[in-house]
Design a protein around this ligand. Structure first.
Ligand code: DX5
Ligand code: ZN
Length: 216
């Protein structure tokens, strides 16, 4: 099975959000990646519910919502109503991760868990069979356009081993600093979904850039 591409809307031109979303619809992209930041869990604020509502009206592909917020439990049903198909929360932001993951599933969404670059793969041992997706942050979350952290390759290999050992169905997503120079190696190590923000939206031809990431 080939890998999926999820352009991160954080890097889009918000003055032309509708045409940016239409571009993603027309491209080889598989998912919309939507970053929600609260200024507490990460040192930045992105956008909130009205913007996601606007994206959902145009998006014709899977809505993959990445929450970089504390206390995500408070908003799980809101994100379902806003059209999220996949809801990813951060391990580091939750006290009762098992409960949060199951709430997401009960709402009828696929559940994802994201971990920061310094969080070990072993911290997923007892949750890997409950999640549909693991998002490995390959930059420190909070901003687009950062440099890819090379240690991510080792983490993918370790995560892949854990998934196989435990017979988990979780897919591996890589988020941050993805481009055509590292995409091949990421997929070879075991990545299933590549998120790419600036590399897509700041390029001269985003449709072609998405195809290039898809056809590496
Ligand atoms: C970072 C976000 C990423 C970001 C990726 O906190 O979670 O999804 O938008 O952007 P690039 O691809 O520019 O690193
Ligand atoms: Zn993200």
């Amino acid at each position: 099975m080939t890998h999926k591409i999820a352009p991160s809307i954080l890097a889009a031109d918000f003055g032309n959000l509708s045409s940016e979303c239409k571009m993603v619809n027309q491209s080889d992209a598989d998912w919309f990646h939507i970053d929600v930041m609260d200024g507490v869990f990460v040192p930045n604020i992105s956008f909130g519910m009205p913007v996601i509502h606007a994206i959902n009206k145009i998006a014709q592909k899977t809505m993959d919502v990445h929450l970089m917020i504390i206390e995500p439990d408070k908003y799980i049903s809101n994100f379902k109503k806003l059209g999220a198909d996949i809801l990813t929360i951060h391990l580091e932001a939750c006290n009762h991760i098992n409960r949060t993951i199951h709430k997401i599933k009960e709402e009828g969404m696929r559940s994802g868990i994201a971990i920061n670059p310094h969080t070990p793969i072993s911290s997923l041992n007892d949750i890997i069979n409950d999640v549909d997706l693991v998002c490995l942050m390959s930059v420190n979350p909070g901003f687009g356009g950062q440099i890819f952290i090379e240690n991510t390759y080792n983490k993918i290999i370790d995560l892949k081993k854990l998934i196989e050992q435990k017979n988990s169905k979780a897919e591996i997503q890589i988020d941050g600093g993805v481009n055509t120079s590292n995409a091949r190696k990421l997929v070879d190590c075991g990545a299933d979904i590549l998120v790419a923000g600036s590399f897509v939206f700041k390029s001269d031809n985003p449709i072609e850039t998405i195809s290039n990431l898809k056809n590496i």
